[in-house]
Ligand binder design. Structure first.
Ligand SMILES: [Mg+2]
Length: 213
């Protein structure tokens, strides 16, 4: 049995990407600019932290939109996730969410999943006077490449710990925790699977690994 689990949120616990969802609330040109920035980051032409800030400055999400995104995270929660987390918690497993998403949008999902806010590690934003979140609040390690590894190292997790996620930033945890599992129930990225010690498509399958069979 694993004593701690680190989970990604976007395309792992929930079947959406928060930034894309916020961009989709804007017109097509905004969505296109955001998609271009994302692909520039994936190609390595710009760093993740620069892209993160630029995307936010283009989308300029309002407080109301971030609340709507929070509701979407719950509405699109991956089937079986909530029940699995309840079983892990009952078995004494520590659970942390480590996400590049917006913390304000993730807290209601954490409440719904029964995870304390102190176990939610994400990106804080600054709201301006009009209630627009146009800037990341520094320091924001989770808005940068290498941020997940940096944050997880500071958590002093009990061993053995397992991490699960769909993205390249999650795969950075492969050398930090005792086991990294690729979660491919929403999207399957072969380069992430290649770095993982296992692949699961459901939280029931993940539970079998976490709790031991
Ligand atoms: Mg993800």
């Amino acid at each position: 049995m694993f004593r701690a689990v680190v989970l990604d949120v976007d395309s792992t616990l929930a079947a959406i990407e928060g930034i894309d969802w916020l961009a989709a609330q804007r017109d097509a040109s905004i969505a296109r600019q955001v998609a271009e920035l994302t692909s520039e980051a994936m190609d390595g032409r710009v760093t993740l932290d620069v892209v993160y800030g630029r995307r936010l400055a283009i989308i300029r999400p309002t407080r109301a939109e971030i609340s709507a995104l929070a509701a979407q995270y719950i509405a699109t929660a991956v089937p079986g996730a909530r029940a699995a987390l309840a079983r892990w918690r009952a078995a004494g497993v520590r659970i942390d969410l480590v996400s590049g998403g917006l913390r304000d949008a993730l807290l209601p999902l954490a409440d719904w999943l029964g995870i304390a806010h102190s176990h939610v590690h994400a990106v804080d934003v600054e709201f301006d006077r009009d209630g627009v979140a146009a800037r990341v609040r520094a320091p924001a390690p989770l808005a940068s490449a290498g941020g997940k590894a940096l944050v997880v190292k500071t958590l002093r997790l009990p061993s053995p710990a397992l991490a699960a996620g769909d993205g390249a930033t999650d795969a950075e945890l492969a050398g930090i925790v005792q086991r990294f599992v690729a979660f491919t129930g929403v999207v399957r990225r072969p380069h992430v699977v290649a770095l993982a010690a296992g692949e699961v498509t459901s939280f029931d399958a993940l539970s079998t690994i976490v709790l031991g069979s």
